[in-house]
Design a protein around this ligand. Structure first.
Ligand code: SF4
Length: 268
């Protein structure tokens, strides 16, 4: 892991790069927050923002959604995923009505007791609807924080714990948005734009030593042996190549690294 001062520098740069980072989903109250976040799982904020205006017009409250028929809700949210999302939303609202008098609960325990609400969804709702300091780890937060060296973890839960240790509590909510913004705009999963990244100098992944020729040869020979074997072997070879990158998303390529280093040194 990078030093504490490097991690602080990363956070300072993220804050400076994204001073206006905020949720890109649109909602105006805890009910809308919950529904929008539930819809966003394995969909995009852009797509969710397309369907929620009509959905919230038709079902403006927990009570209205609790009384809805899944068959009526599903066509309105079909573009965001499976029918199970519509049934989870309707069922969650019914339970909120029964258990919480129609008010979306503001605790992790009560939220994750609702169908279709996992820890990540609950964290986003807690942060954005209730201002509770949390760090929701989605795919962007996981990838970017592990690349930057704010975390060094294999799982979402571990990443969340490490980020909570590294980031001051007052910045938890903002840091979630900084990392998402950086993941969407710069540190893409497959082709991170390292050559124009404002945090490359501090980035653990970018500054990871390029493997020596012999190490690459060793890795290739291991990969070839595995690839020549069973399907399981091929999968293992792929895993080996991806092992140094969270989510197997692919490290920034060395050409981009060299080009950025050249620019940073002012030799280009
Ligand atoms: S230097 Fe590359 S890998 Fe590191 S944060 Fe920037 S875009 Fe991501």
């Amino acid at each position: 892991m990078p030093s504490t001062s490097t991690q602080r520098a990363v956070l300072t740069k993220l804050a400076a790069l994204y001073p206006d980072a905020r949720p890109e989903l649109r909602f105006t109250n805890p009910y809308e927050t919950l529904v929008a976040v539930m819809l966003s799982a394995q969909s995009t904020d852009v797509q969710v923002n397309k369907v929620t205006p009509a959905l919230f017009l038709a079902y403006p409250t927990v009570e209205a959604m609790a009384a809805a028929r899944v068959e009526d809700v599903f066509p309105m949210v079909r573009s965001c995923g499976f029918k199970s999302k519509a049934s989870h939303i309707v069922e969650a609202c019914r339970l909120i009505l029964i258990r919480h008098g129609g008010k979306v609960p503001g605790t992790m325990e009560a939220l994750t007791a609702l169908p279709g609400v996992g820890r990540k969804t609950a964290n986003v709702v807690l942060a954005n609807a209730f201002g509770v300091p949390t760090i929701a780890v989605d795919t962007h937060v996981f990838r970017v924080s592990n690349r930057l060296g704010l975390a060094n973890a294999k799982t979402v839960e571990e990443t969340e714990r490490q980020l909570m240790d590294v980031i001051p509590r007052r910045d938890w909510i903002a840091a979630h948005h900084w990392l998402i913004f950086h993941g969407r705009r710069q540190c893409h999963a497959r082709k991170p734009a390292c050559e124009t990244c404002g945090i490359a100098l501090e980035c653990a992944c970018f500054n990871r030593p390029i493997p020596s020729v012999s190490a690459v040869q060793d890795d290739n020979s291991l990969s070839e042996k595995a690839a020549a074997g069973s399907g399981h072997g091929r999968a293992k070879a792929g895993a080996l190549r991806a092992a140094d990158e969270p989510n197997g998303a692919g490290a920034p390529d060395s050409a981009a690294k060299k080009e950025n280093a050249r620019k940073v040194r002012g030799t280009g």
